[in-house]
Design a protein around this ligand. Sequence first.
Ligand SMILES: *Cc1c(COP(=O)(O)O)cnc(C)c1O
Length: 458
Amino acid sequence: MSKYQVQSRKCKVQSNVESAIAMKWVSTRRSSPSVPFIDALFAGTAPDGGLYFPERFYPLSPPTLDQLRTADLATIGTVVGAHLLAGEISEADIGRLVRDALDFPIPLVQVTDRVWALELFHGPTLAFKDVGARVQARLLHHFTDGTPLTILVATSGDTGSAVAQAFHRVPDSRVFVLYPEGQVSDVQEAQMASLGDNITAVAIQGTFDDCQRLVKQAFADEDLRRQVWLTPANSINLGRLLPQVFYYFLLARLGPAKAGRYEQGDPGGLVVSVPSGNFGNLTAGLIAKRLGLPVRRFVAATNVNDVVPAYLRTGIYEPRPSLRTVANAMDVGAPSNFERMRAMYDDDLDRMREDVAGAAFDDRRVIAEIGRVYREHGYLLDPHGAIAWLGLQQFLASEPAAGVFLATAHPAKFREVVEPAIGRTVPLPATLSDALARPRHSERLPVNYRALVNLILR
Ligand SMILES: *Cc1c(COP(=O)(O)O)cnc(C)c1O
């Protein structure tokens, strides 16, 4: 019996099947069977090594799309979530879960007469990954039968704090975050070690690679896995991807008045620029479009790690080692979700080009633009948002349209880049200063696997 079959036996069977539209989830590599959402959620990757994505896209009905134009995020999450997971979770349950997870604002801020920023960075770790991670944590909890989940993550800083914050106080779950002692920033340590409750911060007296090795060893340890249910909570999981579809529907409110041709059923006047690394965010946007969100074009905006813009230009996909940039959450040389994008377009480059344009920018350009936009428009960009802004500007220079760029990190998270660019200090938002002021506790461990197991089983 495969691992995911064992795991799905532990899960609740949902009975409210509307089989007419219940989605199946298939592997991008098409050589393992399609599965219900619950199996995809707990399996992480498919048995053939591919990533799960929807077998078919069922668009939302026109009246539903119309209703979403004035809906708030929680309502959008409920409607779109219930649509994607029809037959697998009830509308009441997904509604409750989304309200609990997305308890922070996602404002659409007008920057110029035809450009808006969708600010995705007001969650607990001030970056857009909070959206996916917080919903994923609650989905995992929803689909279990009370068997406690144990989540183990190794982090060099950011991922760990997002996962820790996402699972904080989620019932029947425990998180162990392993980080190299003394090698994460003060803010990152505060965000992991000041939570308490079901979150244990583990300071390993070694490197990030040591932390990763310990986590890998645990996942390979059959004896440990008989005693605790180790659950992957990684970023390529569907539980992360689907909630990212929700916030794109906030753009529908820019509708007729602002984006011109929306009302006539034209494929929308809107151009949406997405700062991309692993391309989960952009993939979610492409799914939103398949569900009926009118978007004229997406811009895949990257730093110099530009394998996807290069593919769109040349048709050749060449993953390579990543380069360090000021937008370091996008320093990815082999983007994991590219496989999903390709599968969505059946590997047809021309069809992908109809929906996606590429753009890439180096650090000098990014830093200069942060300063210029601040001076000319009074809007403060972080390096990731700045890349999305630049991608949008490049597109709008050739075609008049209205546009939105996704702002994925709070500028205060990248003060060392932003402050010199604008020649001013950036105040810490309350979420960060509060975390810094709270007492911290980390378990200190040597690089020793037995010590880690003892801590987990304690
Ligand atoms: C992760 C991240 C990105 C890139 O998102 P992908 O879904 O990996 O393309 C962009 N900006 C910030 C701040 C991030 O943390």
